[in-house]
Write a protein that binds this ligand. Structure first.
Ligand code: NAD
Length: 494
């Protein structure tokens, strides 16, 4: 049984419910995870609340030493974490290791937090008066994460939350909960005091409990758009600071002057890596004619060489997360075909290198998908690449900007002027220019636009520091005999 990690202890608390955790490459339940009830939420938030004053008051230097030790342990032992991710999520080992490395970048960024969280100081704003600002931690904060990045998404948030002096309750996805526990134990090994980082497993009951709890001061959520919207509305109504990142439908626009081999490689990598279960996956391939046929045939040729199978066997692509999700993704192939699209490669015919019970769906390419089809409009979140032909750059940008989701996008071109126009005109949060998965490095902030994010501050980078700190402005005057006296007027500067 996978237990909670609360106040430094592995415990079932009073949880009576549990849920099976699958190995998606085997198609069987290999573990179970406890699911929190409302009393468990209370116990966990109390632990984070008790730990807060001590952690807040610890010097920057001492907090940084613990995070530095955590970084060293993580760097040395990350293959262990990658193996856990592959076992429960299914993504291939090299991809799981890549996920951990990108998360580690945020730990390294957080080691610079003392510099980034510095306040400002203005001397002599009025005669004998100085003003300065401070940044202070918020208190206990909640992080609620999705199944598709069980290590990286929590790492977008908790290193910065901890570095700036907050305590954390992480509610990971119940589909792949073990990565969070491994991280919690490593943080303890690095010397993090008990109660500063807690992992509470669960489903809607745990999430609702955290959103309602008065001691939780801020919520960082990542998941699908309907739940992101729900979390944002519920938590802001409860007076909390919220950043809530939702779903995606990312377009790759290929102009006729692009290097089509580069574009074909990029479409494969961004469309089928992690079986398309990435919020930055490319799912809509928008090609400006007349190069559509040439690009589709280059992609088809590359797809014939891809291997799908158990992530522990050096395949290119692993299984989907659950049987239900696999069937839902596959159903979009029929929807697209019924709407008049051309199924170029049908992933349902894949011969996997893995157990026959695994949740397999091979890479799928559908061309000439009507933009009215649900196969184009919905977030599919699987290895299905939909080709759309457009007559011009303008038509391509109009399509991108009409999308409900605006997380990431990419343009492939050798025309710098067109790329510059694209970066200015497109209403999307993260843009790649000849880069298919433009996940910004940790020093910049991660987040989309429109229905891909609710809230003003994005993940990590400068926004991460702002999100996890509150500011105070101090106006200070040390007594000077020449500035005494009574004056009931509004303070003015002289
Ligand atoms: P999900 O929305 O089903 O679950 C996310 C979290 O919300 C989980 O911890 C889950 O337990 C909880 N949850 C689920 N249903 C809930 C409910 N009714 N009430 C309260 N909490 C609930 O998402 P998922 O399937 O785990 O992850 C895939 C989704 O996440 C995709 O839509 C993907 O695009 C999105 N995602 C977005 C980003 C981003 O940065 N924008 C990054 C990764 C994933």
């Amino acid at each position: 049984m996978i237990l909670h990690h609360v106040d430094g202890v592995s415990t079932a608390l009073s949880s009576e419910r549990s849920q099976g955790v699958f190995d998606p490459a085997l198609g069987v339940v290999t573990k179970r995870v406890v699911l929190a009830n409302s009393a468990d939420v209370q116990t966990t938030v109390e632990a984070a609340t008790r730990a807060f004053p001590g952690w807040r008051d610890m010097s920057w230097a001492n907090r940084q030493q613990i995070l530095f030790k955590f970084r060293e342990l993580l760097n040395a032992r990350k293959p262990e974490l990658a193996a856990i991710i592959t076992e429960e999520h299914g993504k291939v080992l090299s991809d799981a290791l890549g996920e951990v490395t990108r998360g580690q970048e945020v730990v390294e960024f957080a080691l610079g937090a003392p510099h980034l969280a510095k306040g400002e100081h203005s001397e002599q704003v009025s005669t004998g008066v100085d003003v300065f600002s401070l940044r202070q931690p918020l208190g206990p904060v909640a992080i609620i994460s999705p199944f598709n990045f069980p290590a990286m998404v929590p790492m977008w948030f908790f290193p910065i939350a901890l570095a700036t002096g907050n305590t954390v309750v992480l509610k990971p996805s119940e589909k792949d909960p073990s990565a969070a526990i491994w991280i919690a134990e490593l943080l303890s090994e690095a010397g993090l005091p008990n109660g500063v980082f807690n992992v509470l497993h669960g489903d809607k009951a745990a999430v609702d409990g955290l959103l309602e709890h008065p001691n939780i001061r801020a919520v960082s959520f990542v998941g699908s758009t309907p739940i992101a919207r729900y979390v944002y509305e519920k938590a802001t109504a409860a007076g909390k600071r919220v950043q809530s990142l939702g779903g995606a439908k990312n377009h790759m626009l290929v102009l006729p002057d692009a290097d089509l081999d580069l574009a074909a490689d990029a479409a494969i990598n961004a469309g089928f890596g992690s079986a398309g279960e990435r919020c930055m996956a490319i799912s809509a391939l928008v090609v400006v004619e007349p190069v559509g046929d040439a690009l589709v045939s280059k992609i088809q040729e590359r797809m014939s060489k891809l291997t799908t199978g158990d992530g522990r066997r050096s395949c290119d692509m692993g299984p989907l997360i659950t049987h239900e999700h696999r069937d839902k993704v596959a159903s979009y192939i029929d929807i697209a075909a019924a709407d008049g699209a051309h199924v170029v490669v049908d992933g349902r015919n894949v011969q996997p290198d893995g157990d026959s019970n695994g949740f397999w769906l091979g890479p799928t390419l559908i061309d000439k998908v009507p933009t009215t089809s649900k196969a184009y409009l919905d977030e599919i979140f699987g290895p299905v690449l939909s080709g759309i032909r457009v007559p011009s750059y303008e038509a391509g940008v109009a399509l991108v900007n009409a999308s409900e989701f605006c997380n990431g996008t990419a343009i492939f071109t050798n025309d710098g002027g067109a790329a510059r126009r694209f970066q200015r005109e497109v209403e999307v949060g993260m843009i790649g220019i000849n880069v298919p998965i433009p996940v910004p490095v940790a020093t910049f902030s991660f987040g989309g636009d429109k229905a891909s994010i609710f809230g003003d501050l994005k993940a990590h980078g400068a926004d991460g520091i702002r999100f996890y700190t509150k500011t105070k402005a101090v106006t200070q005057r040390w007594l000077d005999p020449s500035h005494g006296g009574i004056n009931l007027g509004f303070p003015q500067n002289d």
